[in-house]
Design a protein around this ligand. Structure first.
Ligand code: MSP
Length: 641
């Protein structure tokens, strides 16, 4: 049996994972499932990258040991993958004893071979990216990858002779299809390889949370050497039992997003070359899922929390959305609107209706069982040809790892099949006793098309495919059958199932999501003021607050929020809008005419889609609110000191 070894990056358990990480893992899962359906002996690996300065600092901040810190997050990662129906065969943690031992052996072997040597490192380090940079690589003095400040580091270190492999790496990237998409090749060649590779610092002494270099106390292995080795240590390389390593290595596909392509196409192959091991067959760097134009980060809140999204819309809907929206090699923008539109249009309307209509008509006209007397007719050939073509094209796109294009293909068949219903008009055939055999053929063809679609979507949406197969009474799911017709046996029965994808009320849903974000933001704000209260400030700090008297001119409630009022206030220099959370204590009518205290220079923020410019001062006790108001008739804009 031919093998197929596929990996995701091992994720940093510094925070819970978001929809971006979920995309990569779901994409890898889809490819793994497809290959299994095609009869490959698949090894699908994912895991967590647990060492390094960033994690050590996070744990310190949380006041726990690094291991205790990561253990908790790793549990969350594992249950996220379970929730998302990820079919990984293995889960590696870089804190696993087998991995630690393998990395130590790799380090020693490279040292003994002379590919690792000791020297002094002086340079710049970006802790969030765990990357070294030279002065001229910085952009505006900051890390070129993430834009955050770098730290000057000077320490005795071990170095890997990366420069020695430069020519072989240029050849690998320039002359083979090792790195896909091809557009990423130039970036590696022009930005890194052609300017010349420097040797790579591969040990650190300034922190301890890492794999110790076992022959030199005080040194821990640089996280990227540690992390990249997971792809072979997970198979037992450098352990007593290397049988899986022999069987599955080299990897057929390392999947990741573009920002870590350089580690996988420069450092990783060079390490393997130094170890005299075969190179992975392909590195695929997909684009980023963006939120409001920027790379998603956990700090952007729960709109990108896959647990919340899957809970709300279903696992398969989320899988479908992520896979469909990410074009091959390019970025995609995440939005709740797009997610809900995809669910309503592609899933509820196109696919869901097709399946439910087919089952409902079969039951209504034939009690669920297709009759053996069937008469073919107009439109059949077009449908059957479309199915065969879509099966072939979907397979070709999957072979090219272009998942979004594969789904687009499948949906042309969904659309074509819905059109077939309109063309053949089964309800009209049903009215005519003499057309029973024709009706039988139409419904058989519909069921066949549904079967083909279910087969093709299996790797993408396994749960939905299961449900459809159950309705068709089928247990065997064979990829090759997608290209065939007349697979459903004589006298098969299709049963009605639950609604596959309920329609979502877009407006209500968006309001709900905004309310959740608002609650979280409010909680955070309360937390941060509570901690700040304790710190002493100077008069110069207080002077930063531009507090003024404001006159409330208008007030109105905000639909969907029982806490907020939208106020128009005169702040002395014109009117402005302030969204204030005082509705529990004041009605809109009561607010008009009040002279209040406004923090004018608070950074504007959008609340419920309304830009709020400033904040009213309020006293609070036991959940009760009381506005700070001004006596007498001071004009709007008067300074409050
Ligand atoms: N630990 C390293 C990888 C070591 S692999 C030997 C790391 N971890 S990470 O937690 O930062 O994960 C990065 C990966 O997560 C990306 O390469 C990508 O696969 C996935 N993604 C994280 N955010 C993403 C988006 N916004 N969009 C798409 N993929 C995203 O780097």
């Amino acid at each position: 049996m031919e093998k197929f070894y596929i990996t995701t990056p091992i994720y940093y358990p510094s925070d819970n994972l978001h929809i971006g990480h979920t995309y990569t893992t779901v994409a890898a899962d889809t490819i793994a499932r497809y290959k299994r359906m095609r009869g490959y002996d698949v090894m699908f690996l994912t895991g967590t990258d647990e060492h390094g300065q960033k994690i050590q600092r996070k744990a310190e901040e949380a006041g726990v040991s690094p291991k205790a810190y990561v253990d908790k997050i790793v549990d969350g990662v594992k249950s996220l993958w379970q929730l998302m129906h990820i079919s990984n065969d293995r889960f590696i943690r870089t804190t696993d004893a087998q991995h630690v031992a393998a990395v130590q052996k790799i380090f020693k072997k490279l040292y003994e071979k002379g590919d690792i040597y000791k020297d002094e490192y002086e340079g710049l380090y970006c802790t969030p990216c765990e990357s070294f940079w030279t002065e001229h690589q910085l952009v505006d003095g900051k890390c070129p990858d993430c834009g955050r400040p770098v730290e000057k580091t000077k320490e005795e270190s071990y170095f890997f002779r990366l420069s020695k492999y430069q020519d072989r790496l240029i050849d690998l990237i320039e002359n083979t299809d090792f790195l896909e998409p091809a557009s990423r090749r130039n970036e590696m060649l022009n930005n890194f390889l052609r300017p010349g590779l420097a040797d790579l610092c591969v040990s650190r002494t300034s922190f301890s949370w890492g794999i110790p270099v076992d022959f030199d106390e005080g040194h821990v292995v640089y996280v990227w050497l540690d992390a990249l080795s997971n792809y072979i240590s997970a198979l037992g390389a450098f352990s007593d039992d290397e049988s899986d390593f022999q069987k599955y290595w080299p990897a057929d596909l390392h999947l990741m997003a573009k920002e870590i392509v350089r580690f996988h196409t420069l450092i990783w192959p060079a390490i393997l070359m130094a170890l005299d091991l075969p190179l992975p067959k392909k590195v695929l760097g997909h684009g980023w899922m963006l939120l409001e134009g920027g790379k998603i980060s956990k700090s952007k809140g729960n709109v990108v929390d896959p647990v919340i999204l899957a809970g709300k819309y279903g696992v398969d809907a989320l899988r479908y959305y992520a896979l469909r929206e990410m074009p091959y090699g390019a970025d995609s923008e995440f939005s709740n609107e797009a997610l809900i539109s995809r669910i309503n249009a592609d899933l509820a309307n196109d696919l869901g209706n097709l399946v439910s209509r087919t089952a409902a008509m079969l039951e209504k006209y034939f009690g669920g069982t297709v009759p053996s007397a069937r008469e073919s007719g107009e439109f059949d050939d077009a449908l059957i040809a479309c199915a065969a073509q879509v099966a072939a094209r979907t397979e070709a796109q999957l072979e090219a790892y272009n998942l979004s294009a594969a789904l687009t293909e499948i949906w042309t068949l969904v659309g074509r099949t819905n059109k077939y219903i309109d063309e053949t008009m089964p309800w009209a055939l049903a009215k005519d006793e003499t057309k029973k055999a024709r009706l039988g053929a139409v419904l058989y063809n519909l069921a066949e098309s549904v079967r083909v679609i279910a087969t093709l979507i299996s790797p993408f949406m396994p749960e939905t495919a299961d449900k459809i197969f159950a309705q068709l009474g089928m247990t065997v799911r064979n990829w090759a059958d997608a290209a065939k017709w007349n697979v459903l046996p004589e006298g098969f029965t299709m049963t009605k199932g639950d609604v596959l994808f309920p329609r979502i009320d877009m407006e209500k849903e968006l309001a709900d999501l905004a309310a959740i974000s608002e609650k979280k933001a409010a909680k955070k704000a309360v937390k941060s003021t509570a901690t700040e209260q304790k710190a002493e400030i100077g008069i110069e700090d207080f002077a930063k607050c531009d507090l003024v008297v404001a006159h409330v001119l208008e007030a109105e409630t905000i639909q969907g929020s029982d806490k907020l009022l939208k106020l128009t206030v005169d702040a002395g220099d014109g009117t402005r809008t302030v969204v204030s959370g005082i509705r529990a204590a004041y009605s809109a009518e009561e607010m008009v005419g009040k002279k209040v205290v406004l923090l004018k220079n608070l950074r504007p923020a959008k609340l419920r889609g309304i830009m709020s410019e400033g904040m009213l001062l309020c006293a609070a006790h036991d959940g009760k609110l009381s506005l700070v108001t001004i006596e007498g008739d001071l004009p709007a804009g008067s300074e409050v000191r």
